[in-house]
Design a protein around this ligand. Sequence first.
Ligand code: HSE
Length: 310
Amino acid sequence: MDQIKVFAPATVANVGCGFDILGLALNSVGDELTVRKTETPGLTISSIHGAEYLPKEPEKNVATVAVQALIDALEWELDFGLDFELTKKVAPGSGLGSSASSSAAAVFAVNSLLDEPFEKKELVQFAMMGEKAASGVAHADNVAPSILGGFTLVRSYSPLDVIKLDYPKELYVTVVHPQIEVKTSDSKKILRKDIPLHDAITQWGNVGGLVAGLAKGDYDLIGRSLVDVVAEPVRSMLIPYFNEAKEAALNSGALGCSISGSGPSIFALTTNFEQAEEVAKAFSDLYREHSIDAIVYVSSVNPVGAEVIS
Ligand code: HSE
């Protein structure tokens, strides 16, 4: 095989209470990547569609940084090169794991081209290097669901221990992306470095509750647990009409609502498609009322993650 085209989904990281440890994959949006073997050894990026301003230098682009980490771990001398053609459908700075989709697609594609020296789960550690290049922190809560699909939990970073979670397949996600850009690096900087013990107790109670609620298909428990007392109170200040959007989602029947990743996107979980559409309408109406452009996605949870298109 000399060429492969893959898809890696956008993701909702944190899922409310699970800062840097929980994430889910979306169905409706993601990045596409074609990787071709070339004669001259080394990595090149021939084109980036949809975000032409992203760097094409292989040492600066998250996709090639992640692939370089994979190749370094293999310790193989490749006698051919790899060229990347990236089609970005996840907007950078959206809070939907844009850099993660590219990094996930890249390591998945190259691993497939090299006849799968690594298992899918092992690719997470390499895609994390793309995240480090993008935001300064090698977080895995976007790349893990983008590669593996479904809901994922990073139980530990050292050593890396990523768990795929059980969840009710009926679950729907509505996401609104108000058209402003928030850089993950900036959104990380404004967080408090210390968490009061009573907030930590609330937060880990909710993480446990959310994981249990997902496993049991207990929607009330999922809703009660979708509470973030660590990042949301600070980051919501960067998102126009966040409180109104959250209230509108809950009034439209959402189980819970919070910031997607580092924002500005906001996500809500519902138990079926019709309800998800109602939340989508509530989000659209709100931002239209305030003359802010916003893109709304309705998606089930993507069970597969990164996959070969052709
Ligand atoms: N967990 C990361 C953060 C996700 O919240 O900063 C970034 O998308």
